[in-house]
Design a protein around this ligand. Structure first.
Ligand code: FMN
Length: 332
């Protein structure tokens, strides 16, 4: 058998038409619609996944789905025409199926099911990662959703390696596959690992080997092109999902596709554009921008000075002025 490492392309120089898919991760409170729009403007993602929409015991009114995924008003895509898959989280297979069918009617390009959320409240109500100890239940949910959604709309699942240990990984992957999902994203950590590095990319490899017909997407701890390469080699996956790395280095996806990195000056212009997105209240946008700028300090040392001043700003116009001044300073 050929070692998986030998099959992996060097993605640091992947051409635009490469079959490899790069996906923007769902991140509740982070990759909201303005951030999805911005990040998909900066670099080409194959698709993004919405923040999770929690389903308990009823069919959600359409305005809730539209509120979480306003892209549905525009064909289910961001401004750059990147599809946004609608993610649901819950435990009741039938209610999830009804909600997924409704989202499909509203124009969802695909449905994703969240079995990775580590939040205590969610897990206490038998949603998210706690279901990883119940592969049969995962099968029932994915199957019910697959049956309820028209065949041309893909259904996928996102899991972690397991809840406390990675023991149920293969059972869960088989369950998702047998239930008819089109692909499976694996965040290469258990719920118990939370978000602590490392991500155990190599634990994904047996899934790829045992389920050759299922597309498996590797996720977790990809911050640089080198990480992406190592992840692909270790996991045997060609397709990857970028989470926090995509926010701290918004040009990561560009560099993975062999395009130029973004200078700090170019990123400043995107930050200014972000502050002009109208889909949020000023307070919401200010909060989200500050959160992002704080994260950018990890990827761009130049962000430090701006961050020190910007975190005290209370108004949108103050932030816009600060950014304008920075742009003038860097000579744009
Ligand atoms: C703030 C935050 C919110 C998240 N929200 C979701 C979510 O709504 N749905 C989901 O499936 N995963 C969610 N995740 C998990 C991410 O999609 C991803 O699996 C995880 O961050 C690992 O990737 P990374 O190491 O590249 O960040 C969230 C992660 C973070 C940090």
């Amino acid at each position: 058998m050929i070692a998986p490492a030998l099959l992996m392309p060097d993605i640091s120089v992947l051409p635009m038409e490469s079959p490899q898919r790069i996906i923007l991760a769902p991140m509740e409170g982070l990759t909201d619609p303005p951030m999805r729009r911005l990040l998909t403007d900066i670099g080409r993602y194959d698709w993004c996944v919405s923040e999770f929409i929690r389903v308990t015991d009823q069919l959600l009114p359409p305005h809730v789905i539209y509120g979480a995924v306003p892209e549905l008003y525009h064909g289910g895509c961001t401004a750059s025409q990147t599809p946004v898959h609608v993610q649901f989280l819950g435990h009741d297979a039938h209610v999830l199926a009804d909600n997924a069918a409704q989202a499909a009617q509203l124009g969802a390009p695909a449905i994703d099911l969240n079995f990775g959320c580590p939040a205590k409240t969610v897990n206490r109500h038998r949603g998210g990662a706690v279901l990883l100890d119940e592969p049969e239940h995962i099968y029932n949910i994915v199957y019910a959703v697959r049956q309820s959604v028209p065949a041309h709309i893909p259904v996928s699942a996102k899991i972690r390696l397991g809840y406390l240990t990675d023991a149920p990984l293969l059972d869960n992957a088989h369950a998702v596959c047998q239930a008819g999902a089109q692909w499976l994203t694996i965040h290469a950590r258990t719920k118990a690992d939370a978000y602590r590095p490392p991500a155990y990319w190599d634990k994904i490899l047996p899934v790829v080997q045992q389920l050759p017909n299922l597309t498996v997407i590797a996720n977790g701890e990809i911050w640089t092109p080198q990480d992406a390469q190592t992840c692909m080699t270790a996991s045997g996956c060609q397709d990857i999902m970028l989470g926090r790395g995509a926010v701290t280095r918004p040009d990561l996806v560009r560099r993975l596709r062999g395009q130029s990195a973004l200078s700090w000056a170019a990123l400043l212009r995107y930050q200014l554009a972000f502050l002009q997105i109208e889909s949020k209240t000023d307070a919401g946008l200010i909060g989200r921008y500050k959160q992002w700028l704080g994260m950018l300090t990890a990827g761009y040392p130049e962000a430090q000075t701006l961050w020190q001043t910007a975190k005290k700003a209370q108004r949108l116009d103050e932030l816009q002025q600060l950014l304008g001044a920075q742009l003038a300073f860097v000579g744009i």
